[in-house]
Ligand binder design. Structure first.
Ligand SMILES: Nc1ncnc2c1ncn2[C@@H]1O[C@H](COP(=O)(O)OP(=O)(O)O)[C@@H](O)[C@H]1O
Ligand SMILES: [Mg+2]
Length: 304
């Protein structure tokens, strides 16, 4: 195996006594799209801020491109592209100017910066907007511009903090397609998200963190198979007989009161039986998803 692009060992961040990130270890390989998932307040943003040197680590070790971030931050940062959780564009500059000014931080020569900026605007379907003011852009356009900006220095590692939060479905799908294209070009991507559909589609491997700790790690399909199974049966307005039946069957299910979520590990028999004898008010059989894994492992109570 080639050297990992990112390697953390017991990475931690404390704010006073509060452990925002509490000893997490993971590796990201070359060309991998790696997901960092977790509920609000889990420590996703804090983790990736340490990775791009925005927040110093409290303890543990962190290597990027094989270099210790505490010794080689400047050199490492040259090859990282970052898309922060908030769109921090300069509202006083045009679309193109936002890119050109940013290119100066990386000492990219003017002519080259302009050429790359124009290419990236095309890549993100913003070429008609290069003279526009930031205030005239939709949420989706701003996100795409932030992504374009993150690629100006031709990074070897792209770090994205909730790249599609708040976007409409069209914009979200467009971002996903662009990211998939970047993946096929071999770019290593680290992505945080709380959209499980996004993570399942884009990530080769992911970790779910909660309260600053890793709960699970694996490929999306593998996690679904391991923690949920093949299918899920959703039951609306369950009866007591149905609950008794499921208990007798030793079925694996969650009781939400007005609804049951049955994790179906093997075959259709259980569903057929339920549908025939118990499901008068509605039973749905569907494929298990990463969202089921997430809710199972992090619970259903509201966060922050
Ligand atoms: N500068 C800070 N000072 C104190 N607490 C912080 C600071 N930044 C983040 N936190 C806390 O650390 C926890 C993790 O935050 P964050 O990494 O932003 O979570 P996520 O991105 O997963 O939603 C939260 O409880 C948050 O309130
Ligand atoms: Mg965050």
């Amino acid at each position: 195996m080639t050297e990992p692009v990112v390697e953390t060992e017991k990475l931690s961040k404390f704010y006073g006594d509060f452990k925002a990130v509490d000893g997490i270890s993971f590796q990201i390989g070359q060309g991998e799209c790696f997901g960092l998932l977790g509920p609000n307040g889990a420590g996703k943003t804090t983790t990736i801020r340490m990775l791009y040197g925005y927040t110093p680590l409290s303890s543990g070790s962190l290597k990027i491109f094989g270099r210790d971030i505490r010794q080689d931050l400047r050199a490492v940062k040259q090859h990282i592209g970052v898309c922060q959780q908030e769109d921090n564009l300069d509202p006083d500059l045009s679309v193109l100017q936002n890119l050109l000014v940013f290119a100066r931080y990386f000492d990219i020569p003017r002519a080259l910066a302009r050429q790359r900026a124009e290419e990236l605007l095309r890549f993100f379907a913003l070429e008609g907007r290069s003279g526009a003011n930031i205030r005239e852009l939709s949420g989706g356009m701003k996100r795409r511009l932030v992504l374009a900006r993150a690629l100006l220095n031709e990074p070897k590692l792209l770090i994205l903090d909730e790249p599609t939060t708040g976007l409409d479905p069209q914009s979200r799908h467009q971002v996903w397609e662009r990211l998939e294209e970047l993946k096929t070009r071999g770019l290593t991507i680290l992505l945080t998200s709380h959209y499980l559909e996004e993570a399942a589609r884009l990530c080769d491997r992911l970790i779910i963190i909660d309260h600053g700790r890793i709960i699970v790690e694996g490929a999306p399909a593998e996690l679904v198979a391991r923690y949920v199974g093949r299918e899920v049966i959703e039951v609306v307005a369950p009866t007591e007989e149905m609950r008794d039946f499921l208990k007798r069957q030793r079925a694996d299910f969650e009781d939400l009161g007005h609804r049951l979520v049955v994790y179906n590990q093997n075959g259709d028999e259980l569903f057929i039986h339920l549908a025939k004898d118990f499901c008068r008010r509605g039973c749905t059989l569907r494929q298990a998803t990463l969202e089921d894994v997430f809710l199972r492992l992090t619970g259903r109570e509201l966060r922050e």
